[in-house]
Design a protein around this ligand. Sequence first.
Ligand code: FES
Length: 72
Amino acid sequence: MARIRVLFESGEPERVIEFDPRKAPFQHDGRPGSILDVLLAHGVPLEHACGGNCACTTCQTCFCVGPRTIGT
Ligand code: FES
């Protein structure tokens, strides 16, 4: 099982999503198994104007490992 901890800038309570990457795709937007694919399938409302095709950046997210930010 993989795990994603989601922290919302809006102040909503954080969520921990567990999923089996072998079961991707979870829905039809974004590359199968991408963060967009996983979050949308688990009810996290992530905007995605171009459907996850890397053309618009509306699905941009920040990734952190431990206390350090590693990328967007
Ligand atoms: S939806 Fe992610 S780049 Fe467009």
